[in-house]
Design a protein around this ligand. Structure first.
Ligand code: ARG
Length: 457
C-alpha cells in the first residue's frame, strides 16, 4: 500500500528505511493528545466552514471510537505504522471512510507533533509538580518533628557550627519549592498553541487558530508559524528544570547515604527502602538513594541530547526533531519514579537524635560561640578568634572539650572568662541564639516550616 505521504515518489521504501524512520514505538504514548488535538481540529474545520458540520461530526465520532478502543484495549497500536499521527488517521479512514481523509486539511504533521508534545508535557508537568509537592510536604513534616534536634552543620564536610536537623531539612524544602516554581513558569511558555502553523508557512484556508487553542486550553497562540513548528524551547526548559530537580535529589541522596553509614549513624532507612548484600550479612544499603544519585546522570544526559539535537538545525522542521521525544520521555519517567521512591524513603526514615548530638559534642563546633562570648566581654572579634583557637588547640592536646574545660584553665587564656562561658558554649544555647531571619534557632525553623506550609497549600 502506498504511504500517506507518497506524493511524487513511486518506488517502495525499503523495510530498513521504514524501521529506521518509524517513531511509533515511542510516540504512541501521546495517542490521547493526538486524538484530542485532531478533535479540536475537526471542530475548527467545521466552525470555519472548511468542512461540513456532518463531516466534522463523523470525524469526531470516529476519533472518539478510536480513543475509547485504545483505552479499553480493543484496538492495538500497529507497530508497523510510521508514527502515532499516521496510525490514528489511517484507522480513522478505515472506520469512517473517505471523510477521514479530510481531517488533515490545513494541518501538517509538523504542527501536529509540536502540538502533541506540548499537550503531553503539559499534563506530565502537573504530575511532576504534584509529586514534588508531596515530597516537599514529607520533608517539611520530618523537619517539624526534628525542629530542635541538634546536629553538626558542615562546611567542607568538616564540623562547622551546631544547627538543628529541622533547619538542614528545610534547606531541601526550599530547593523543592523553587523546583515547583520553575515548573510553573515553564508551563506558561509551554501553554502556547502551535497548531495552525501547518508545515511552516501557515495556510490558505480560513482557519481559526484561536478557536483551536481555546478548545485545547491554551493561553495563547504561537505568533510565528515557522517558530511554531521549530520551537522546542519548552522541552529544553522542562529538561533544564528536571535536571535541576534531580541535582537537588542527588545532593539529598548523597547526604542520606552518608548519614546511614556506620560512621555517621544519624538516620536509619526503613527495611522497605534498603537492600542487603548477597554475601555480607550485616549490610543495609541505601540503594534507593544511590540509584536516585545515579539516575541524575541520565536526566543530565537527556538535557544534553536534546540541546545537541537542536543545535545547528536550520528552520523549520527537520526529521532530527523526531529525536526530541525519547530524551524528554526518559527524563519525565525517571523523575516521576525518583520522586515517588524518594518520598517513601524519607517518610519512613528514622532519625537518631542521640547520635546527632554526640557528633555535635565532640567537634568544637561551638568555637565560634566561644569567640562571640569574648566579644561580648569586650574583646575585638579578631583577638577573640585567636584566643578561642588557642583554647581549642589546647583541648585537642589534652583530650578536653569546651563544655567541661575548668574555668581556671579558661582564665589562663584570658582574665575575661567567668562562669557564663559554659552557657555560651552549651550547644542548645548556641543554636537558640541564632535567631536571625532564616537561621537555625528552633523558633526560626518553625517560621520556615510555616512559610513552606503556606506555599504548599
Ligand atoms: N514522527 C515525526 C516526529 O516525531 C512527526 C513529524 C513528521 N513530519 C515530517 N515532515 N516528516 O517528528
Amino acid at each position: 500500500m502506498a504511504k500517506m505521504w507518497q506524493g511524487r515518489t513511486e518506488g517502495k521504501t525499503s523495510q530498513i528505511a521504514d524501521d529506521f524512520n518509524s517513531s511509533i514505538s515511542f510516540d504512541s504514548r501521546m495517542f490521547k493528545q493526538d486524538i484530542t488535538g485532531s478533535m479540536a481540529h475537526a471542530s475548527m474545520l467545521a466552525a470555519t466552514g472548511i468542512i461540513k458540520d456532518e463531516e466534522a461530526q463523523t470525524l469526531l465520532d470516529g476519533l472518539q471510537s478510536i480513543l475509547d478502543d485504545l483505552l479499553s484495549g480493543a484496538l492495538q497500536i500497529d507497530a508497523s505504522a510510521e508514527d502515532i499521527h499516521m496510525f490514528v488517521e489511517q484507522v480513522l479512514t478505515e472506520r469512517v471512510g473517505d471523510v477521514g481523509k479530510k481531517l488533515h486539511t490545513a494541518r501538517s504533521r509538523n504542527d501536529q507533533v509540536a502540538l502533541d508534545l506540548r499537550l503531553y508535557l503539559r499534563d506530565e508537568i502537573d504530575v511532576i509538580e504534584d509529586l514534588t509537592k508531596k515530597l516537599a510536604k514529607t520533608v517539611t513534616n520530618k523537619a517539624e518533628e526534628n525542629y530542635d534536634v541538634i546536629v553538626p552543620g558542615y562546611t567542607h564536610l568538616q564540623r562547622a557550627q551546631p544547627i538543628t536537623f529541622g533547619h538542614h531539612l528545610m534547606a531541601y524544602v526550599m530547593m523543592l519549592l523553587r523546583d515547583m516554581d520553575r515548573l510553573n513558569d515553564t508551563k506558561k511558555r509551554m501553554n502556547t498553541s502551535p497548531i495552525g502553523s501547518c508545515a511552516l508557512a501557515g495556510t490558505t484556508y480560513p482557519t481559526d487558530r484561536g478557536f483551536e487553542a481555546d478548545k485545547l486550553g491554551f493561553d495563547s497562540v504561537c505568533q510565528n508559524s515557522i517558530d511554531g513548528v521549530s520551537d522546542r524551547d519548552f522541552a529544553v526548559e522542562l529538561l533544564g528544570n528536571l535536571a535541576t530537580l534531580m541535582m537537588h535529589l542527588s545532593r539529598f541522596s548523597e547526604e542520606i547515604i552518608l548519614w546511614c553509614s556506620w560512621e555517621f549513624r544519624f538516620v536509619e532507612l526503613s527495611d522497605a527502602f534498603t537492600t542487603g548484600s548477597s554475601i555480607m550479612p550485616q549490610k543495609k544499603n541505601a540503594d534507593m538513594a544511590e540509584l536516585v544519585r545515579g539516575k541524575t546522570a541520565r536526566v543530565y544526559g537527556d538535557l544534553m541530547a536534546l540541546l545537541t539535537v537542536l543545535k545547528g538545525l536550520p528552520l523549520a522542521y527537520n526529521k532530527d526533531m523526531q529525536e526530541d521525544k525519547e530524551s524528554v520521555f526518559d527524563a519525565v519517567d525517571t523523575v516521576k519514579m525518583c520522586l515517588t521512591v524518594f518520598t517513601g524513603m524519607v517518610e519512613s526514615m528514622t532519625v537518631k537524635p542521640e547520635n546527632m548530638l554526640a557528633a555535635a559534642q565532640n567537634g568544637f563546633i561551638n568555637a565560634t560561640d566561644l569567640a562571640d562570648y569574648l566579644v561580648g566581654q569586650g574583646l575585638p572579634f579578631r583577638d577573640a578568634y585567636h584566643i578561642s583557637g588557642q583554647i581549642v588547640g589546647y583541648c585537642i592536646k589534652e583530650h578536653q572539650v569546651l563544655e567541661t574545660l575548668p574555668l581556671s584553665v579558661y582564665q589562663t587564656f584570658s582574665p575575661l572568662f567567668d562562669e557564663n562561658v559554659y552557657k555560651a558554649v552549651d550547644l542548645v544555647e548556641c543554636v537558640k541564639r541564632r535567631r536571625s531571619f532564616g537561621g537555625t534557632a528552633p523558633e526560626s525553623v518553625l517560621k520556615q516550616i510555616e512559610f513552606a506550609k503556606n506555599y504548599l497549600q
